[in-house]
Design a binder for this molecule. Structure first.
Ligand SMILES: [Zn+2]
Length: 109
C-alpha cells in the first residue's frame, strides 16, 4: 500500500524540498504554505479534524493541501476528509512505533 513518494523542489520558492506523491498536483513547501494555512475554521467538526500537531503539516504536504483547500472553499469532499483522517492516523501510528523503538533499542522476544 506504499504510495510512491519522491522529493521535489518547491516550485514557488525553489529553495525547500517537498516530499510528494505522484497524485499530487499542487506542491508547495511548508514555509510557502504557512500563510495560507492561517485562517478561522468555523465548523467545529473541521476544527477538530485540523487540530493536529504542527509537525504533521510540516512533514506532509498532503495535509497542508487539504487544509489550504478547506480554508479557501470552506468545504471538503467526503473523500478528502477520509483521506486526511487516514493519513493522520497513519502518522500517529508511525510516531508511536518510532517512540517505542527509541525506548528499547534491543527487543528481546
Ligand atoms: Zn517554497
Amino acid at each position: 500500500m506504499a504510495a510512491v513518494r519522491y522529493k521535489m523542489k518547491c516550485p514557488k520558492c525553489r529553495k525547500n524540498y517537498v516530499v510528494v506523491t505522484r497524485r499530487q498536483s499542487f506542491v508547495r513547501c511548508y514555509d510557502c504554505q504557512k500563510a495560507d494555512m492561517k485562517g478561522e475554521i468555523k465548523d467545529p467538526k473541521m476544527k477538530k479534524m485540523f487540530k493536529i500537531p504542527e509537525e504533521f503539516y510540516k512533514e506532509n504536504s498532503f495535509l497542508r493541501a487539504i487544509k489550504v483547500n478547506y480554508l479557501r472553499y470552506e468545504s471538503l469532499s467526503e473523500r478528502q476528509v477520509e483521506a486526511f483522517e487516514k493519513v493522520v492516523k497513519q502518522m500517529k501510528e508511525d510516531k508511536k512505533e518510532a517512540k517505542k523503538e527509541e525506548k528499547k533499542p534491543t527487543s528481546s522476544a
